[in-house]
Design a protein. Structure first.
Length: 366
């Protein structure tokens, strides 16, 4: 194993992004497994956490699917099994937890066995976005988790829901959780090309976010279809970090009682997290000191139950409809990861096939 090459996408302390092939094979700690990566899932957080929250000098990436290489003798995961999951975040994040590398380490309680009905490429993109969406729906908004296990006839409608940026992976997952527990109506914004698929996934009415009248159109629909009573609103796009200017979603909310959340730090609203069973420390850009988000284990395992509902019902009542494989050329993959975070490139989920391949200019930093 020690002679195997481990190519990785890395961010250094100066926040330059580069390809590394000198990190070696990581070693497991207690209650951890070593995984040979099959796919790594791309999230905006892969880069945004470095640019905005101080997560540096580490390998990029949180999501993965792969094959267990080694585990403790008493582990429920055995060598040769195919697993998927995600890995911890915080200041000082160990290199071994980055998933955009050919071999990674994952805590046993942050992964699951991939069932036969889920492609490995889809499994690699599922955990972070589903856990983030579940944190919104079942923790921040406190909607009933038990409704996932009820028939539609048994549901009590929790109320109207607005998702801004519903074609993002977090938006897609939030839409399907909201639909599954009986929220009606569900208003969504996305590019016009995605509307038909979002309607199939459970949206009641779609709006083109690029329309100059989108805010007034959403307000009119809320008044017409929900009697002006918008109960829940999520900004799943997170493209407006300047909290001094109301976001487009905030401009749609006319009732001060509406529960709101945003996938990025923004004053006056709440941000969901995919990891809540451990303390997480960030250092927000432009602030003098790090801050700690304390662990909330009950919230974490509530979201984890929702994730397992999604895994069990995948391709039936829950799915990632748009999963795209990008090049496994390490340099190309790194450019794709950066573009998704900084340019908002594309909709749905992008995954990277492993093993990564080195090119002539792969080691030049970006």
């Amino acid at each position: 194993m020690g002679s195997r090459r481990n190519i990785a996408l890395y961010v250094n302390e100066a926040c330059s992004f580069e390809v590394r092939d000198d990190l070696g094979i990581p070693e497991c700690g207690e209650k951890e497994i070593l995984v040979q990566t099959v796919y790594s899932g791309v999230n905006p957080a892969d880069v945004v956490h470095s640019l905005q929250l101080g997560i540096r000098s580490t390998v990029l990436g949180y999501d993965f699917s792969g094959k267990v290489v080694s585990s403790a003798s008493n582990s429920k995961f055995k060598p040769g099994q195919f697993v998927a999951g995600y890995t911890p975040t915080s200041l000082g994040r160990p290199i071994k937890y980055g998933t955009h590398q050919d071999f990674l380490v994952c805590p046993e309680d942050m992964c699951f066995t991939v069932p036969d009905h889920i492609p490995m490429s889809h499994a690699a993109g599922l955990t972070t976005v589903a856990m983030t969406a579940a944190d919104v729906v079942f923790n921040l908004f406190k909607l009933p988790l038990q409704s996932l296990h009820q028939t539609l006839a048994e549901h009590n409608n929790p109320g109207p829901f607005l998702i801004w940026g519903a074609s993002t992976s977090v938006g897609i997952c939030t839409l399907q959780f909201a639909k599954a527990i009986g929220c009606e109506p569900i208003f969504v914004t996305a590019s016009a090309s995605r509307h038909s698929e979002l309607l199939e996934l459970g949206a009641s009415k779609c709006f083109d976010y690029a329309s100059p009248t989108v805010v007034s159109d959403v307000k009119a629909a809320v008044r017409d279809m929900a009697k002006g009573n918008l109960r829940y609103a999520l900004d799943a796009a997170g493209r407006e970090p300047d909290s001094s200017v109301p976001s487009l979603l905030e401009q749609c909310v006319e009732d001060a009682r509406t529960e709101t959340a945003c996938v990025i730090f923004r004053a006056g609203t709440r941000m969901p997290l995919a990891v809540r069973h451990m303390d997480v420390t960030f250092h927000l850009k432009g602030t003098p000191h790090p801050f700690v988000i304390p662990a909330s284990p009950d919230d974490h395992w509530r979201a984890w139950e929702a994730l397992h509902w999604a895994v069990t019902n995948y391709n039936r009542t829950f799915k990632l409809p748009w999963v795209r494989e990008c090049s496994n050329n390490a340099r190309d993959a790194l450019e794709e990861v950066i573009a998704i975070a900084t340019l908002g490139k594309g909709a749905g989920k992008v995954v990277i096939k492993h093993p990564l391949l080195m090119s002539e200019h792969a080691i030049d930093p970006l």
